[in-house]
Ligand binder design. Structure first.
Ligand SMILES: [Zn+2]
Ligand SMILES: [Zn+2]
Length: 150
């Protein structure tokens, strides 16, 4: 099994060989901040499964135990990596995969920091992008890298 992925601008691309580990979402405040989102979506792997096929992540040492890999050109979060022997984590951001469809989270972490409205997201009203702004989305020309190697 081989999977590919990368950042939104395409400066950093990866290929992963073999099976993925546990997929999770982490509600901790550090993951919220790193993603600018409600939680961090991650799937674990082994570093030796990953080849950086274009560019390489930049890193921010977000704590004494963890560094976070990201694209220095566009800011996309890519990895969560333990840097201490006591915490040998290696996770990839689920949304960075070219096809994240089947990487379903199986556990929620850091629930003590979960934002109070997250449990109600599935109850929100639903609209397609065209329903939200008729014609607008059809006029969008994406500058993001496509969901495949180029
Ligand atoms: Zn990028
Ligand atoms: Zn977290």
């Amino acid at each position: 099994m081989s999977r590919s992925g990368g950042c939104q601008c395409g400066a950093v691309r990866f290929r992963l060989e073999g099976d993925l580990g546990r997929a999770s979402i982490c509600h901790c405040r550090m993951c919220q901040k790193a993603f600018g989102g409600f939680f961090g979506p991650y799937v674990s792997a082994k570093p030796e499964q990953v080849t950086w096929t274009r560019g390489a992540p930049a890193y921010f040492q977000s704590s004494n135990l963890v560094r976070r890999g990201f694209c220095s050109a566009c800011g996309t979060q890519l990895t969560f990596e333990g840097t201490a022997p006591s915490a040998p984590w290696f996770d990839l951001a689920i949304g960075a995969f070219d096809d994240p469809t089947d990487i379903a989270p199986t556990v929620q972490l850091g629930v003590e920091s979960k934002l109070p409205y997250v449990d109600h997201l599935a109850e929100l009203g639903r609209r397609t992008l065209d329903e939200a702004a008729a014609g607008y989305y059809a006029s969008v020309v994406s500058h993001q890298h496509p969901d495949h190697d180029t």
